[in-house]
Design a protein around this ligand. Structure first.
Ligand code: GLU
Length: 485
């Protein structure tokens, strides 16, 4: 029975690395008809950020990543917040103490600091020196009332081998693992202890997490062995690095699910992009649904090498989804972006028609909102490049007047009737059709690029089109064309 967990610490927002880890766990669980657990690792109360847990859950759900057990949905292995599992930890800590696998350490911060300084001076790695390792329960009784931490008695010889499903066997010499702390003097259990206890008591079969945790795994294995727990399988998924192979950080732009949303990335596209950060499908294909990914997902296809984050690719992927998703879905997704820009769509042409025309050219919802603005707001100014090219000739003003007059008389307002009108007028004026199309596009949209002119006029409607063409004609004739910056 496959049981996996995603175990975020509620110390911020849902980051792309965390979302990817959650996604791989979710896909693995669904592929094997297993169970996905959400465990909130909130033992370190000092680092907690209020609201973070809810924000992370919302971020996951927005991507279609759902869990079967968790603090909000419950389950048979709860509670699912570490802060609510203290009694359980206390029991296992007592067991470790009683069996002699853990010991009380009374070293003061000053003593530990002096040890570290000595080690540094000798060029040695920092490591607990073992001062309290051989104290007996009788010695403990003598120190009654003094603060102490609990440390695991790590065998001084030998090594611990992590059998990783992605990386194979990874060995850690005990000489480099010191007697690490399991529980602080205030009773707070430490991550490596709590995670091992929780993975066992929640019957986790596979621990799938980021490579940055690989060095924690031998410690969790040692805790599990000391408690005689069977081990879960481990799989460490590769790091996500910036294009220059440095650690991904703020300076590389958005890295949280919330920020991507604000920048107009669709969750469908983000999740598809995350899928490819370290995993590849068995088919040569990049665009795939979550359902397809569930069918294919396999740890054997997770790469060992770091995944490189590439914003251009994410935007490309988003552009693909803008074209691919049902119109209504894109309409819903773009609405908040229109609202935020004060683009009022109630009075203008139907939004679904406008989106159908403009989505081809947008990579993000922000771009889409900007690209469709002109359907609802007449241009206040005209693109400089276009003005230089199409509005400089004095005759253009008259031509635009002719276009307006001809369009005003049109009985049927559709693509074909518009095309015919432009053809006829071009012939009358001895011009090529393009010599009318470009200035009219600029007059109507303020821009030089956009959807096909006849499609766009058909949607914009006769009243607004004629009005805009006329306004531009007047501005050109008066030699007072406002230029957009
Ligand atoms: N709370 C840890 C983190 O957020 C989870 C580590 C784990 O998956 O074991 O990085």
């Amino acid at each position: 029975m496959v049981r996996v967990r995603y175990a975020p610490s509620p110390t911020g927002t849902l980051h792309i690395g965390g979302a990817r880890t959650a996604l791989f766990n979710f896909l693995f669980a669904r592929h094997h008809q297993g169970t996905m657990v959400l465990r909130v690792e909130d033992t370190d109360q000092a680092r907690l950020i209020p609201g973070s847990e809810a924000a992370m859950m919302e971020g996951l759900r927005s991507l279609g990543i759902v869990w079967d057990e968790g603090p909000d949905v419950g389950g048979a292995y709860g509670p699912y917040r570490q802060s609510e599992r203290r009694d359980l930890y206390r029991r296992y800590l007592s067991q470790l103490e009683a069996s002699g696998r853990a010991y009380r350490c009374y070293c003061t911060p000053a003593e530990l600091e002096a040890d570290r300084q000595r080690q540094r001076a000798q060029g040695l790695p920092p490591r607990y020196v073992g001062r309290c390792r051989s104290l007996t329960p009788a010695d403990w009784a003598e120190r009654e009332g003094l603060p102490y931490v609990l440390r695991l008695k790590v065998p001084s010889q030998g090594r611990t081998v992590v059998q990783d499903l992605i990386r194979g066997a990874v060995e850690f010499e005990h000489a480099v693992l010191d007697d690490f702390v399991l529980c602080k003097s205030d009773g707070t259990p430490v991550y490596n202890f709590a995670a091992a206890v929780d993975d066992y008591t929640m019957a986790i079969s596979h621990v799938i997490r980021g490579e940055e945790h690989l060095s924690n795994t031998p410690k969790q294995i040692l805790v599990s062995q000391a408690l005689e727990f069977p081990l879960p399988a481990y799989a460490h998924v590769p790091m996500i690095l910036a294009p220059d192979r440095s650690k991904l950080s703020k300076r590389h732009g958005a890295t949280s699910v919330e920020e991507y949303r604000a920048q107009g990335i669709l969750p469908e596209a983000l999740v598809n992009y995350l899928l490819l950060l370290g995993w590849s499908p068995p088919e040569e294909r990049e665009i795939m649904s979550l359902a397809e990914a569930i069918g294919w997902f396999d740890l054997a296809r997770v790469q060992k090498t770091a995944a490189i984050y590439d914003l251009k690719k994410l935007e490309w992927m988003n552009g693909q989804y803008l074209r691919l998703l049902p119109i209504e879905r894109v309409v819903d997704a773009v609405r908040p972006f229109l609202d935020a820009r004060g683009i009022a769509v109630q009075a203008g042409p139907p939004l679904d028609q406008v989106v159908a025309l403009t989505r081809e050219r947008a990579r993000t919802l922000v771009e889409l909102a900007e690209n469709l603005r002109f359907f609802y707001e007449p241009p206040q100014a005209y693109e400089a490049k276009g003005v230089a090219k199409y509005f400089e000739e004095p005759a253009v003003g008259e031509r635009l007047e002719r276009v307006a007059a001809a369009l005003e008389l049109l009985a049927t307002w559709d693509h074909d009737a518009l095309a015919q009108t432009f053809d006829r007028l071009a012939e009358e004026l001895g011009l090529k059709r393009a010599q009318l199309i470009h200035p009219v596009r600029l007059a109507v949209t303020g821009r030089t690029v956009g959807p096909g002119l006849f499609e766009l006029l058909a949607v914009l409607g006769p009243g607004e089109t004629v009005h805009r063409v006329r306004r531009a004609a007047e501005a050109v004739l008066a030699g007072a064309v406002p230029i957009a910056d």
